[in-house]
Design a protein around this ligand. Structure first.
Ligand code: PMP
Length: 449
């Protein structure tokens, strides 16, 4: 036990277990307690912990050079990584700008979009529209895009009002309709927002393919993004996919957007890119976006001291090679289906499971007080927090996600284990989850909720 802490934790008085080491999908604290990493940390440790190949790649790079400044040198690691990402992603998404976090990737994506229009001589297109029930990052630009009431609240006067439309939240459809007969009215809202604001002021629209932190893995119906893209194209607005959480195989393809049959103009990447072994993220741009910049100032106005540092790039390259060599992404869909079907079955046993959703190995469970009326639990009941702590007690780590009803109400968790998880380990995860739900049932019965 520490006498005092000098470290600012998520809550200043948190007493968190001290991590010792990780191996595969398991983490071990200093007291020897074992945890199944059921959410890959924050949907990040996509290939699990302690992978020898990555550790070796880190050492090899560190022996040569860990840091050079991007305006003084390029490096083999950075060049190869950019080339690999360009090859693994669809169409002409060929240009990579490396940064250190998902928030920075989103900031760079925004800036690229605005600059694209400026370099074409159009200086009024500076807004980037987004949706409510979304999370794009904690820096002020990315937070301006984030439709997440709780995270915005303290900084509202500093933020732009970029979220303009409802999310594709089929479980609680604002129109009380069902896809596809709904005609994707929630996507059509973009058209209305553009008319009100004026396309001449809008540089881009940004969306997460599957809404993660703000919504608990809300995956839109099949043609939703085609409708969005069509509206963007008709109005000369770039489409940015925030694939920070979904990219690099999490949903069963390199980009989740591939499964929606839509090619974005710009993509924000992060999390799984370094798989937690090093901080690295990227903004990826198509030839179309870079063309006017290349013909103009040639300088993409973004960048950080550690952008494209060889150490992080070597890690990310090793992670991508590991994914390819072990054919990990091609198995995500079947593993995800297996897990999702079992989670759906749990709905019969636990009355508080309202919805099971998501794509690939990015799955969410929404909890409700009454599954028939979909009534959420009261805020005071702290259901998400209770689920997280019961799970942790049992040795299972899951990720809290708002359910996004109105930015305040709603409880959900994300289940997103490392993509390398085996079928037996998926069964272990389900056993621990059931034990968690049993503990919650006891709490409900005892009147603790
Ligand atoms: N975009 C999305 C979709 C995310 O899920 C996150 C992180 N949860 C971010 C951006 C921000 O990434 P970071 O925390 O690495 O800044």
């Amino acid at each position: 036990m520490l006498e005092r802490t000098y470290l600012i934790k998520p809550s200043l008085d948190d007493t968190l277990p001290m991590i010792d080491y990780g191996k595969g999908i398991y983490l071990y604290d200093m007291e020897g307690k074992k945890y199944l990493d059921g959410a890959s940390g924050a949907v990040t440790a996509n290939i699990g912990h302690g992978v020898t190949e990555i550790i070796e790649a880190m050492q090899e790079q560190a022996k040569k050079i860990s840091f050079v400044y991007r305006s003084q040198f390029t490096s083999e690691a950075a060049e190869k990584l950019a080339e690999k990402i360009s090859a693994l992603t669809p169409a002409d998404l060929n240009w990579c700008f490396f940064v250190n976090s998902g928030s920075e990737a989103v900031e760079t994506a925004m800036k690229m979009a605005i600059q694209y229009w400026q370099e074409k001589g159009i200086h009024t297109k500076t807004k980037v529209l987004s949706r409510w029930v979304s999370y794009h990052g904690i820096t002020l630009g990315a937070l301006s895009l984030s439709g997440h009431t709780g995270r915005r609240a303290r900084f509202v006067p500093l933020l732009e009002d970029f979220p303009v439309m409802n999310p594709p939240y089929c479980y609680r459809c604002p129109y009380n309709l069902e896809a596809p007969s709904c005609g994707y009215l929630c996507a059509q809202e973009l058209e209305q927002a553009i008319k009100r604001i004026g396309a001449n002021h809008i540089a881009a629209f940004i969306a997460e393919p599957v809404i993660g932190a703000a919504g608990g893995a809300i995956a839109p119906p099949k043609d939703y993004f085609k409708t969005i893209k069509k509206i963007c194209e008709a109005n000369d607005i770039l489409f940015i996919a925030d694939e920070v959480m979904t990219g690099f195989g999490r949903t069963g393809s390199m980009l989740a957007m591939e499964q929606y049959g839509v090619i974005p103009d710009i993509v924000a990447l992060g999390k799984g890119m370094g798989a937690g072994y090093a901080p690295i993220a990227a903004a990826l741009a198509s030839e179309k976006v870079i063309e006017p910049i290349l013909a103009g100032t040639k300088v993409v106005m973004s960048g950080h001291t550690l952008s494209a540092n060889p150490q992080s790039c070597a890690v990310s390259l090793a992670v991508l090679e590991y994914l390819e060599k072990n054919k990990i992404v091609s198995e995500v869909e079947s593993k995800g289906d297996y897990l999702k079907n079992r989670l759906l079955k749990l709905k019969n046993d636990y009355s508080f499971i309202g919805d099971v959703r998501g794509k690939g190995l990015l799955l969410g469970i929404e909890f409700v007080e009454d599954a028939t009326t979909k009534t959420p639990f009261s805020r005071e009941a702290l259901v998400t927090q209770k689920m997280i702590s019961f799970a942790k007690e049992k040795g299972l780590l899951v990720y809290p996600a708002g359910a996004g009803i109105d930015g305040v109400n709603g409880d959900s968790i994300i289940i997103s284990p490392p993509l390398t998880i085996t079928k037996d380990e998926l069964d272990d995860l389900l056993t621990l989850l059931k034990a968690t739900f049993d503990a919650f049932t006891m709490e409900l019965k005892s009147g603790g909720v």
